[in-house]
Ligand binder design. Structure first.
Ligand code: ZN
Length: 225
C-alpha cells in the first residue's frame, strides 16, 4: 500500500475537531499524520499524544492514555469516523501515563500488550515503578507524596491517590489500566480492514514490556515512550 495522499487539514481547521473557537487555544486535537494514520493529543503542561489507524473495519488505537483522554477520544472518533469502532487497543507499556483508559473501548476492542505487561501490572512498586524517578524507598508497596513520589507522579498525586489516604498503593497505580486480553512474546501482527499493525517487543528499552508499533508499510513509530 502506498501513502500517496498528503495529510489533510480537517474541514474547518484542526480546531473544528475540538469544537473550540478557531481563535481559542486548543485543548484536544486530532491531526492526520499520513493517510489513515492520525495522532490525538491533549495540550497540557506536558502534552499527551497517542496515535490510531483508521481502516474499513474499524480503528487500531495505541495507548489510551487515561480515562478522561479516552472518553474525549471516543466522542471525537464517533463523530469523525461513524460506524468505525475501536477494535484494538495496544498498551505500549505499564506506565500510568500511557496505559490507563482502555476500559472506554472494552465494548468493541481487544486489548493487546507484551506478556511482561501482565507481570508488571502485578509486581510490587519497587520492581515496576512509575515513570521518572519515583521509587518505593521503604518497600511498603505504597508511595508517599514528598519523599517517594517524584516528577509526574508527584504532580498527579491527588489523581492517583484514589482513596485520598495520602499514599498511592500499587493497586491505585494500575486501577485504570485494562488487563490485556491478548499478550505476545516477540511480535504480534494485527490485521484489520486489509491493513496491518506490527507490534514488536522493544527488548527492555524503557521498560521490560515496552513495544514498538509499525502501522502498515510507510508508518513507523519508535522510541515512543
Ligand atoms: Zn513510560
Amino acid at each position: 500500500m502506498a501513502w500517496a495522499q498528503a495529510p489533510q487539514t480537517p474541514p474547518g481547521g484542526a480546531n473544528a475537531l475540538s469544537g473550540a473557537n478557531a481563535n481559542a487555544p486548543f485543548d484536544f486535537r486530532i491531526e492526520p499524520v499520513t493517510r489513515d494514520l492520525y495522532k490525538a493529543w491533549l495540550q497540557r503542561q506536558i502534552p499527551v499524544v497517542t496515535v490510531f489507524l483508521v481502516t474499513s473495519d474499524g480503528i487500531i488505537l495505541a495507548d489510551p492514555i487515561s480515562p478522561e483522554f479516552s472518553a474525549r477520544l471516543r466522542t471525537e472518533l464517533a463523530s469523525r469516523f461513524p460506524g468505525k469502532p475501536v477494535k484494538w487497543v495496544i498498551e505500549t507499556h505499564y506506565h500510568w501515563d500511557h496505559a490507563r483508559g482502555g476500559a472506554m473501548f472494552a465494548d468493541t476492542a481487544t486489548v493487546l500488550g507484551h506478556e511482561n505487561l501482565r507481570t508488571n501490572l502485578r509486581l510490587p512498586i519497587a520492581e515496576a515503578p512509575p515513570p521518572g524517578d519515583t521509587t518505593d524507598l521503604d518497600g511498603d508497596n505504597r508511595l508517599d507524596r514528598n519523599r517517594e513520589s517524584q516528577t509526574a507522579t508527584r504532580a498527579q498525586f491527588d489523581m492517583l491517590d484514589k482513596d485520598h489516604s495520602g499514599l498511592i498503593s500499587q493497586e491505585e497505580l494500575v486501577a485504570d489500566v485494562r488487563w490485556p486480553g491478548i499478550v505476545f512474546t516477540d511480535e504480534y501482527t494485527i490485521t484489520l480492514g486489509g491493513q496491518h499493525a506490527r507490534v514488536i517487543w522493544a527488548k527492555n528499552r524503557h521498560t521490560s514490556d515496552m513495544v514498538d508499533i509499525r502501522m502498515t508499510a510507510y508508518s513507523s513509530l519508535s522510541d515512543y515512550s
